[in-house]
Design a protein around this ligand. Structure first.
Ligand SMILES: [Zn+2]
Length: 304
């Protein structure tokens, strides 16, 4: 079981892992808001240095191509830092989809994902880099559109063939259940499924239904206090740990706007390991479990 990073397969990661972040992304085609554009390598390097300093080892850039993935810039970042970068593949959600989603079958779409995972993509300089994760595979609303279902099925086919994990964008509650139902029509093991944005609605019944099905749930909007307070997130996590689910919980911060970055006054990529860690351990979570969330659980979930 190894982590598939841009240039190599990695075993024995000892530092922190951020499983759901954006180093580069572009929402502006839909939102028109320049805050929703991360495209500056110098800013990215500065921001990621805070994660490295706090003991970060691995960061997943969960930006599929239709959300402004930047393979060349990711490769440059990987070479200029000690971080292991996991690149994503697939398609984001309906509003962002390119035309091929309408004219290709799920099997054909799956082939595109599989190619990026197994053969990689060639950069202008001839270098080959590989995707290591299928994600973030999204649903726009609380119902799954026909196009989104097609992409979900493509992700499932690709995961079954390669063993690569699928990480979802499931912000509208309780759409993670509906995504899981479609994915489980395929012989995909539940521990290859990460239901993302599980902390946008802190409903324990929702979380438990996903956890009892065997998948990971990801509290990945940590620090976004306008959605839920971190105090509420922490209470929700502590309750799930008390029920014995600590091996299926992942944490991340989904940095995707300029205003999320320290350069622009935001919290940055180290918030989870400083402020949030202090809050949750002061609230009673043993430090060892925090370490497991952000190291062992994440590495296990991302390995294939
Ligand atoms: Zn998302």
């Amino acid at each position: 079981m190894t982590l598939h990073t841009l240039f190599s397969e990695v075993t024995g990661v000892s530092g922190y892992v951020l499983p759901h972040e954006h180093i580069f992304c572009d929402f502006t085609s839909v939102t028109g808001d320049l805050d929703h554009l991360l495209n500056d390598k110098v800013v990215a390097l500065r921001e990621l240095s805070s994660f490295e300093k706090i003991g970060g080892s691995v960061i997943v850039d969960i930006t599929p191509p239709d959300l402004g993935r930047q393979p060349k810039l990711l490769a440059e970042i990987a070479l200029k830092t000690k971080l292991k970068i996991v690149m994503s593949t697939g398609w984001y959600r309906k509003a962002f989809y390119p035309p091929e989603i309408d004219v290709m079958s799920s099997s054909q779409l799956a082939r595109m994902i599989i190619t990026e995972l197994t053969q990689g993509i060639e950069l202008e300089n001839g270098e080959i880099i590989k995707a290591g994760l299928i994600g973030e595979i999204g649903v726009d609303r609380d119902v799954i559109s026909a196009q989104e279902e097609r992409v979900l099925r493509a992700a499932a086919i690709a995961s079954c063939e390669t063993g690569a994990p699928i990480s979802t964008h499931s912000s509208m509650y309780p759409v993670g259940i509906k995504q899981l139902e479609i994915l489980k029509e395929y012989p995909i093991s539940s521990n290859k499924i990460i239901i993302g944005h599980a902390d946008t609605y802190l409903d324990q019944d929702y979380h438990r239904e996903l956890l009892d099905a065997g998948c990971y749930i990801q509290f990945d909007t940590i620090g976004r206090n306008h959605m839920n307070s971190d105090v509420d997130r922490i209470n929700s996590i502590l309750n799930l740990v008390a029920l014995g689910y600590q091996d299926q919980i992942l944490l991340s911060t989904d940095r995707c706007f300029r205003s999320d970055l320290k350069t622009f006054g935001g919290f940055g990529y180290d918030y989870l390991f400083i402020t949030f860690k202090e809050l949750i351990t002061n609230a009673g979570l043993p430090g060892e479990i925090f370490e497991n969330f952000t190291k062992r659980n994440a590495v296990t979930a991302l390995s294939w």
